[in-house]
Design a protein around this ligand. Structure first.
Ligand code: ATP
Ligand code: MG
Length: 364
């Protein structure tokens, strides 16, 4: 098998990881890691990126680094198979970003739809931190530093991948073939592309406080599921209900399998039948939510239990991260050497350069 493909993906340590991360990227990463089809898998805790909109809250970022690492381990990311590391410990990434900045215009950054939405959510309006505004460039460094070919992420990352590809093409056309153009790997299931929040808002996001966390206790999970946003006009059981924009059904699209019906709701053969009943009227929200809760409990229980095991040895988690940083740094340093050479800023290891200058100044 041709094992040339390399994965890189990341999460911001702005909170514990939630089921949006899980269906959007995390679950897939574990499958890819275990498939054995990839030469390398790099998983990054993007603390430097988290600081771009949390500059005044460093403790939050610091605390969440280990939370994210625990969620990784709990989901099955394995440091024997994947390099798990922390962004800020790889200074080469900053240097790459500094050079890539020359290849991107301000108006190009302003067109990024994900950044536009995030600026709105954070109420930055006219006071956008420059670091936040330019984070798509920093993301291009993260991806290219590891020569990643494949980036498994949710749909919100599409503009970042497009920006990265543009930078790679521009860099290679000016300085010669050096960087690898990555491709995005989106979830197959449409409901997982951008899982909505429990409040029905377009995206479950740590910054919006509408999350179901992977480490939620069984009681918290049940409480969140039972108070989820559904169809606000579906007041009585006999009323016809709407499926579109109904978060409970979107989560069922993301999580339910036929076997769940056999186990928990045998009066329906599949999700289509359940949806049809809801639309016709005569099916109450509570019954659907109870079904969703059973499925979610089943999916999250093993994750929660594994996390508890890893929580017993926190120094081992830091040790694992430190080793990951060391390995990641070696790879990034190698790419940076190549970039410096291509950009002609390698003054001391280029004998040709020195010889040419000698000739120039000696007039020969
Ligand atoms: P923040 O609010 O701090 O930006 P976030 O919840 O958006 O946090 P990120 O760390 O930015 O999470 O995203 C990490 C990964 O999870 C990315 O690949 C992103 O596409 C994916 N992801 C995040 N939220 C969702 C979601 N609701 N549905 C699907 N994928 C998601
Ligand atoms: Mg985000």
């Amino acid at each position: 098998m041709n094992k040339e493909k390399i994965i890189l993906t990341a999460d911001r340590p702005t909170g514990r990881l939630h089921i949006g991360h899980y269906v959007g990227s995390l679950k897939r990463r574990v499958e890819l890691q275990d498939s054995g089809c990839y030469k390398k898998v790099f998983i990054m805790v993007a603390d430097a990126q988290a600081l771009t909109d949390n500059a005044e809250n460093p403790e939050k970022v610091r605390q969440n680094v280990v939370e994210v690492a625990l969620d990784y381990l709990a989901c099955g990311l394995d440091p024997k198979k994947s390099v798990i590391f922390i962004q800020s410990q790889i200074p080469e990434l900053c240097e790459l970003a500094f050079y890539y900045m020359n290849l991107v215009t301000v108006s190009r950054l302003q067109r990024n739809p994900t950044v536009k939405t995030e600026i709105q959510i954070r109420n930055f309006e006219t006071s956008i931190p420059v670091g936040f505004f330019t984070y798509p460039i920093s993301q291009a460094s993260d991806i290219t530093a590891f020569k990643a070919t494949t980036v498994p992420v949710g749909e919100d990352q599409e503009p970042m991948l497009e920006q990265t590809r543009e930078i790679v093409r521009k860099f290679n056309s000016i300085y010669g073939e050096t960087l690898i153009e990555p491709e995005i790997l989106l979830p197959d299931n449409a409901a997982c592309l951008r899982l909505p929040g429990t409040d029905g808002k377009a995206k479950m996001s740590k910054s919006l406080n509408n999350c179901i966390y992977l480490s939620e206790t069984a009681e918290e999970l049940q409480k969140k599921v039972m108070s989820m946003y559904t169809d606000p006009n579906h007041l009585r059981v006999e009323d016809p209900g709407r499926i579109e924009g109904n978060t409970v059904f979107t989560y069922l699209d993301a999580f339910s399998k036929t076997e769940h019906f056999e186990r928990y709701l045998p009066e329906y053969a599949n999700l289509e039948e359940l949806k049809a009943h809801y639309q016709r009227g005569g099916l109450g929200d509570v019954k659907v939510k109870r079904f969703l809760n059973a499925i979610m409990q089943e999916e999250l229980e093993p994750i929660r239990n594994r996390r508890k095991e890893f929580e017993k040895d926190i120094p081992a988690v830091y040790d694992m991260l430190q080793k990951g940083c060391h390995t990641a740094r070696e790879t990034a340093a190698q790419t940076l050497d190549e970039v410096r050479k291509a950009m002609k800023i390698n003054y001391f290891d280029d004998l040709e350069l020195i010889r040419g200058q000698v000739q120039k100044f000696s007039g020969k």
